[in-house]
Ligand binder design. Structure first.
Ligand code: MF3
Ligand code: CO
Length: 295
């Protein structure tokens, strides 16, 4: 939490209580509008209005609900395509659009990502049946009334190996430890610090080739949120919405994208990888987790 006597997050050099403290009016040197244009001009970061936040919150809640239902269906013998078709149907019933469908180049051909065992991210649902001992990441992104939400969870099918269980647990711990510290005034790099120090303490490595991202009005906005140690000095400010989605490996951090489908990223050494993802809002006093799934 930010304290009354801390430096304000807006760069004014004043104490928070004498600057952007809620109900205190705003400092003349940097009104919220100034900051909004500054962040967009310098970093392509869109600071959201109250109305936009309400829309993004709804999109994120729906994304979490569809994710929970889809995860509950992930059992031995079920194919990832069946998970995809079920999630797709839930989007349509809720009046939402699955953001991955036709996204990027070559266009992503399915509505969700399903990444099993050594797959780091962006696995494409197909006729593969989930087997006992698999770990699978299910990644859901919805567009609802023009606003975006994005989150993912791991499901362990039956009982798995110690190595797979380790990356499932460590990636979750990394996500939650990096969320805990979020408040206005800290640099984006603090996220990578929190994740990498925990992952390495637990004997795992952090994928650096894929990052979290600003989100809300677009699927992928600024800033890029690296999960490894980095020197991104952009300060968090209220109204930022972004994802944190650490991919944690048991072996080497390197990922290789399939030449065949140009999406599926696998660990270079074939060892296990896991990922969990939330969409976060930075508030005046700290943060709010907008995607409501709970482990
Ligand atoms: N959470 C993932 C991301 O932001 C979702 C990817 S969807 C895809 O990268 F279509 F890009 F694969
Ligand atoms: Co994402």
């Amino acid at each position: 939490m930010i304290n009354r006597n801390d430096q304000c997050w807006c760069d004014s050099g004043k104490k928070w209580k004498n600057c952007h403290f809620p109900n205190k009016g705003t400092a003349k040197s940097s009104s919220p509008e100034d900051l909004k244009s500054q962040y967009f001009r310098k970093y392509h970061i869109i600071l959201k209005t109250e109305e936009e936040i309400r829309g993004i919150r709804r999109a994120c809640r729906l994304t979490s609900e569809i994710l929970d239902k889809t995860c509950a269906m992930a059992k031995e013998g079920v194919t990832t395509l069946e998970l995809n078709d079920y999630a797709h149907k839930l989007h349509i019933e809720a009046g939402a659009i699955p953001a991955p469908l036709n996204y990027g180049y070559p266009p992503f051909s399915k509505s969700i990502c399903t990444s099993i065992n050594e797959v780091v991210c962006h696995g494409i649902p197909d006729n593969t049946k989930l087997r006992n001992g698999d770990i699978v990441n299910i990644d859901l992104s919805c567009i609802l009334d023009g606003y975006y939400g994005d989150c993912s969870r791991m499901v362990v099918i039956g009982s798995t190996t110690p190595e797979r269980q380790l990356v499932v647990d460590v990636s979750y711990e990394c996500l939650m430890k990096s969320i805990e510290i979020l408040k206005p005034g800290i640099p984006v790099s603090a996220i990578g610090d929190a994740i990498e120090s925990h992952a390495t303490a637990r004997g795992c490595s952090v994928v650096y080739q894929f990052v979290g991202h600003g989100i809300g009005i677009e699927f992928h906005e600024g800033p890029q949120v690296a999960h490894n140690r980095n020197s991104n000095h952009i300060l968090l400010v209220p109204g930022m919405t972004f994802t944190i989605e650490p991919m944690i490996n048991a072996g080497v951090p390197e990922a290789i994208v399939s030449k065949k489908d140009q999406w599926t990223a696998r660990t270079e050494d074939g060892r296990a990888s896991a990922q969990w993802e939330h969409t976060i809002l930075i508030t005046d006093k700290g943060h709010e987790i907008l995607t409501t799934w709970k482990r």
